[in-house]
Design a protein around this ligand. Structure first.
Ligand SMILES: CC(C)(COP(=O)(O)OP(=O)(O)OC[C@H]1O[C@@H](n2cnc3c(N)ncnc32)[C@H](O)[C@@H]1OP(=O)(O)O)[C@@H](O)C(=O)NCCC(=O)NCCS
Length: 145
């Protein structure tokens, strides 16, 4: 049900990227720095999450040690059914297989559903940083894998 999105599928209509109406760029996919996973139901992507191996922010990635989890999103009609948990769980499993021992994630302070998922359900209990940017207050979270 969860599978890696291959390059040639990138941007295809079935992708959650379109479902979610997101058109922002996905730098890093081409050079292998980012791997995107989709959660499919009846051949339709209803969730997505990505692993990023190198991020410009040194809190988020450490070479071969800490991987960054990015763009976790579930179609609004399918939320609160544990799909987000399954996606994050899968990303952690893949990261572990690749030899990483820590995973980081960034979340807006007032994104309570995402925080519940990361902090309560998925044990991202280490706060690396608590700050604010133009988009508002946010947290950088981390856990051992
Ligand atoms: C964050 C997101 C991916 C979670 O996906 P999901 O499939 O609903 O995740 P799950 O069902 O595994 O877990 C969600 C949990 O949040 C809880 N929750 C939902 N709304 C909440 C709220 N306002 N306050 C606290 N907890 C909340 C749910 O009850 C559930 O917990 P439970 O299983 O203990 O009942 C989804 O809400 C989403 O796509 N949000 C928009 C994109 C986004 O913000 N992504 C995160 C970027 S950091």
């Amino acid at each position: 049900m969860i599978r890696e999105l291959s390059k040639h599928e990138y941007g295809k209509p079935k992708s959650i990227v379109e479902v979610a109406g997101r058109t922002d760029n996905f730098d890093g996919h081409e050079n292998g720095n980012r791997v995107i996973y989709v959660y499919e139901l009846d051949d339709r992507a209803i969730g997505e999450g990505a692993l990023v191996f190198k991020n410009d922010d040194p809190d988020y990635t450490i070479h071969n040690q800490r991987v960054y989890i990015s763009r976790v999103i579930v179609d609004i009609d399918y939320r609160n059914q544990g799909i987000g948990e399954k996606i994050v769980d899968h990303l952690l499993k893949v990261a572990k297989e690749k030899g990483f021992i820590e995973a980081s994630i960034g979340v807006d302070e007032d994104n309570y559903a995402a925080r519940h998922l990361y902090e309560q359900k998925m044990d991202f209990t280490t706060i690396l940083y608590q700050g604010e940017d133009e988009a508002g207050k946010y947290l950088k979270l981390m856990r051992k894998i």
